[in-house]
Design a protein around this ligand. Structure first.
Ligand code: ATP
Ligand code: ATP
Ligand code: MG
Ligand code: MG
Ligand code: MG
Ligand code: MG
Length: 269
C-alpha cells in the first residue's frame, strides 16, 4: 500500500527505549503478588498453605501458557510464578516490556476471572495486583540454577512456616513467641521440633507445599462428551470423543537435581 503520511507529532515515538532481550538468552518473567501478606489475611487464607490459592495461581499460570507464545516451563510457589520463554523466541521481537506486561496482565485478569471457581464461599474483596520483572539467563546451567533457587526458597520458607504455624496454632504461642523460638534454628532443628513436639515428619507434608508447582507441556488424552445431531427418534444422544492435546501439566517434583532435566531434555532444546 501507499506509505502513510507522517504527522508532525510522529517524532515522539523515537523517545521509546529499545528493550530488546539479548538474543539466544532464556527470558524469565517472574510475577509476585502485591502485598499478599495482607491479601491472604483479608481473604482468610489457611495458614501456612491455602491450597485454594495455590491451585488458583496454577490455573492462572496455565492460562498464561495457553494464551501467550513460546513459554516452555513455569514454576510457582506462594504468591509468585516464573515463566521461561524459549531461547529462540521472537515473540514481539523479544521486547522485554511486551513479555512482562502480557504475562502480568493475563495472569492478573485470570486471577479475578477464575477466583470463584477456587474460593466458592469467599468473596473477592478488592482487585489484586502483581509486579513483574524480566531476567535473562545466557546458559542452560544459569537457567537451571535460577529455577533451583526458587525451589530452594520454597523449601526454606515452607519449612519455617510449617513449624511457625504449628507453634501458633497447636502450642498457643503468639506469633512473636514463635518467631523468637525459631530464631537461629537450622533446618535440622526445625525438623526435630516438628517431629518431637507435633509428631510431624516434614517429608510427609504435601508435595505441592514442599516443592511448589512446575508446569510443563505434556500430551494428555481429553475425553469430551459431545451432543450429536441425529434423527428425531434418537434426539439428545451424546457420544464421547477422545483426542490428544498438549497441555501445561502441573508437577510437584524436585527440579534441583539432574533427574528432572534428564527426564525432560526437550525443555532445554
Ligand atoms: P510484596 O508486595 O513485597 O511482594 P507480600 O506481602 O506479597 O509483599 P511476599 O514476600 O511476596 O510479600 O509474601 C507473600 C505472602 O503471601 C506470604 O508471606 C504469605 O503470607 C502469603 N501467601 C501467599 N500465598 C499463600 C498461600 N497459598 N497460603 C497462605 N498464605 C499465602
Ligand atoms: P494488538 O494486540 O496488536 O494491540 P489490537 O487488535 O488490540 O492488536 P489495536 O491497534 O490496539 O489492535 O486496536 C484496537 C482495536 O480494538 C481497534 O482497531 C478497534 O477495532 C477495537 N476497539 C478498541 N476500543 C474500541 C471501542 N471503544 N469501540 C470499538 N472498537 C474498539
Ligand atoms: Mg517480596
Ligand atoms: Mg508478594
Ligand atoms: Mg512472594
Ligand atoms: Mg491493542
Amino acid at each position: 500500500g501507499a506509505a502513510m503520511a507522517k504527522s508532525k507529532f510522529e517524532y515522539v515515538r523515537d523517545f521509546e527505549a529499545d528493550d530488546t532481550c539479548l538474543p539466544h538468552c532464556w527470558v524469565v518473567v517472574r510475577l509476585d503478588g502485591r502485598n499478599f501478606h495482607r491479601f491472604a489475611e483479608k481473604h482468610n487464607f489457611a495458614k501456612p498453605n491455602d491450597s485454594r490459592a495455590l491451585h488458583l495461581m496454577t490455573k492462572c499460570a496455565q492460562t498464561v501458557m495457553d494464551e501467550l507464545e513460546d513459554i516452555v516451563i513455569a514454576y510457582g510457589q506462594s504468591d509468585e510464578y516464573s515463566f521461561v520463554f524459549k531461547r529462540k523466541s521472537n515473540w514481539f521481537k523479544r521486547r522485554a516490556s511486551k513479555f512482562m506486561t502480557h504475562v502480568a496482565s493475563q495472569f492478573a485478569s485470570s486471577y479475578v476471572f477464575y477466583w470463584r471457581d477456587y474460593f466458592e464461599d469467599q468473596p473477592l474483596l478488592y482487585p489484586p495486583g502483581f509486579d513483574g520483572r524480566v531476567v535473562l539467563y545466557p546458559s542452560n546451567q544459569a537457567l537451571k540454577d535460577y529455577l533451583s533457587w526458587r525451589q530452594a526458597d520454597c523449601h526454606i520458607n515452607n519449612l519455617y512456616n510449617t513449624v511457625f504455624w504449628a507453634l501458633v496454632q497447636q502450642s498457643g504461642l503468639t506469633p512473636a513467641q514463635a518467631q523468637e523460638r525459631l530464631q537461629g534454628t537450622l533446618a535440622a532443628d526445625k525438623n526435630e521440633i516438628l517431629f518431637s513436639e507435633f509428631n510431624v515428619n516434614y517429608n510427609n507434608e504435601p508435595l505441592m507445599n514442599r516443592k511448589g508447582t512446575v508446569l510443563i507441556w505434556q500430551k494428555v488424552v481429553e475425553v469430551k462428551t459431545k451432543e450429536i445431531k441425529l434423527p428425531v427418534e434418537m434426539e439428545g444422544k451424546t457420544m464421547t470423543v477422545t483426542r490428544t492435546r498438549t497441555r501445561p501439566v502441573p508437577l510437584h517434583c524436585d527440579i534441583i537435581g539432574d533427574a528432572f532435566w534428564k527426564e525432560h531434555p526437550e525443555i532445554l532444546d
